[in-house]
Design a protein around this ligand. Sequence first.
Ligand code: DX5
Ligand code: ZN
Length: 214
Amino acid sequence: MLVAPSILSADFGNLARDVEAICEAGCDLVHVDVMDGHFVPNLTIGPVVVSAVAKVATKPLDIHLMVENNNFFVDLFAPLKPEFISFHIEEEKHPHRLVQKIRSLGIRPAITLNPHTPPESVEFLLKEIEMVLLMSVNPGFGGQKFIPSVLEKVKRLKALIEKHNPTCLIEVDGGVGAKNIASLKEAGVNVVVAGSYVFGNKEGYKHAIESLKV
Ligand code: DX5
Ligand code: ZN
C-alpha cells in the first residue's frame, strides 16, 4: 500500500516542517488538496504555497484538484512538476482532452470520483490514465467519516481496471485509518490518502504511516 498524507490536516503555520517530517517518516506521496470555494465549500492553497511545499518535499506531489475550470488549474500547477494531477469527472466536460493535456505536460493523469459517481463513468478513460481516486467522503474537509459503500465501488472498479488497464492504480481518499486499512487492501486499493489519521496521530507520523503500509 502506498501512503499519501494529506497536508490539509498539517499545521499551516509550520507547513515546511510538517512536509519534511512526513517525508522523513516514510510517506510515498505528498497529497495536496486544492479547493476553490466553488466546486467545494472550502478554499485552500494555490501554486505560491504549493511551490514552497514542493521545495521541501523529498517525495513526489499528488495534486487533487477540487475546482471549477480544471484546465486553468492544470496550467497553474503543472510547472511544479507533480507526479499526479487528478481532477473530478463531475466537473469536466472534456475529460479525455484534459487527460491528454496533463500527460503532454509530463504529469501522470488521474481522475477523481465523488461518492455517488459510478466507476463505469471512467471505463472508457481507463486506458489513458494512471490512477482513479475514489472519494470515500464528500470532498471539502478533512476529518469526516468513511463512507462504507466505497468498498463495493473499489471492487467494481478493480474488475474494470483488470479488463482495460491493469497498471492503473486505485487511490481512496477520506476517513482512512487503521480501522479500515485491511478492508481497503482486500478490496484492491493501491494508494491511500490520510489526513487527520496521520497528522493527528498521538504515536507520531512514522507509526501512523507504517500502520497503513499493509
Ligand atoms: C477532502 C480531501 C482529503 C482530506 C482527507 O476533500 O480530499 O484529502 O484531507 O482527510 P481525512 O483523512 O482526515 O479524511
Ligand atoms: Zn484529497
